[in-house]
Ligand binder design. Structure first.
Ligand code: TA6
Length: 285
């Protein structure tokens, strides 16, 4: 069903999606999780990685795309990475013009979210899809008392060959979640040849993901974040994950705009914007 000149309601597996076909870009967004699954600017190859073994039946988080981790990041509480990525979001608005398509989805607290996290909230996720992609998570405290959150736009990028990738702009300090160590003096660019799970605490606003195999650089700009997380599970961990193929890790890298080390506190009525912008060199423009 068409809901705009460039936007159609569709299904991927068993989840409802919005498919965007605009002269400047194509994309797909699942209402389950409010999750971007695909983004391809005109003339470019796919930017976003989606696991070939992803569960697309609404029973579990979707492996790939840009899951929204909220109201917490990580496995410290259950469910892992919070409940936003398994919430069914509602389409709130869809607009388009020559520059692209803007889609907004919303999710509020319900009886079941309050059982897990006893607070009132209103979340809005805005996707601005054009020659670049902007994703903004707008979190509002609709409660009578302050609360705090951590979270991330847990972006999975498509790469040609993980061993031919270099990431710069990550800063000098990180927490290594594989070894538990805090490291000062990180290598730059980061080159990956084993499991990587790092929380960079001094990343700048702009991180470059250089991909020698695909011959492109994806620029990731973040705002409203405190950290940038980089993750690749590598071979052994992937084998234990039902929603990754054994070789899936070779073509993906997560670079995440995150709030981990310092939770954001919101007073009643206050908002926080967590943003990520992806741009890729493109012959069309
Ligand atoms: O962002 C990195 C990370 O927190 C890793 O520690 C890794 O477990 C990954 O996210 C995936 O988590 P998930 O709950 O989706 O399996």
């Amino acid at each position: 069903m068409k809901i705009g000149q460039s936007v159609t309601r569709n299904e991927k597996g068993m989840v409802e999606t919005l498919v965007i076909r605009h002269p400047l870009a194509e994309a797909e967004i699942a209402l389950f999780g409010g999750q971007l699954l695909s983004y391809r600017p005109c003339g470019a190859e796919e930017v976003i990685w989606l696991s070939e073994a992803a569960k697309l039946d609404g029973s579990a988080p979707i492996r790939g795309g840009v899951p929204i981790c909220w109201p917490w990041f990580g496995k410290g509480q259950q469910p892992s990475h919070g409940f936003a990525r398994t919430t069914l979001w509602q389409l709130d608005s869809c607009d388009e013009n020559d520059a692209g398509v803007v889609i907004e989805l919303v999710a509020r607290d319900t009886a079941s979210t309050r059982k897990i996290w006893p607070h009132h909230f209103h979340n809005r996720i805005r996707f601005e899809i054009g020659r670049r992609l902007n994703i903004t998570l707008i979190v509002t405290n609709t409660d009578k008392s302050p609360w705090h959150f951590t979270g991330a736009l847990h972006s999975y990028f498509q790469v040609g060959d993980i061993e031919k990738v270099g990431v710069d702009g990550l800063g000098a300090k990180y927490h290594d979640s594989v070894t538990g160590q805090d490291i000062v003096g990180a290598e730059s660019p980061l080159v990956i040849s084993a499991e990587v799970d790092r929380i960079y605490t001094q990343a700048g606003q702009r991180v470059n993901l250089r991909d020698d195999d695909m011959g492109r650089t994806i620029q990731i700009e973040s705002a409203g974040h405190t950290d940038t997380v980089v993750w690749n599970p590598w071979a052994d961990l992937s084998k234990g994950m039902a929603d990754m193929t054994d070789e899936g890790y070779r073509t993906m890298l997560c670079v995440e705009s995150a709030v981990v080390a310092e939770p954001v506190t919101l007073e009643p009525g206050q908002q926080h914007h967590l943003k990520a912008r992806f741009s890729v060199g493109n012959p069309c423009f």
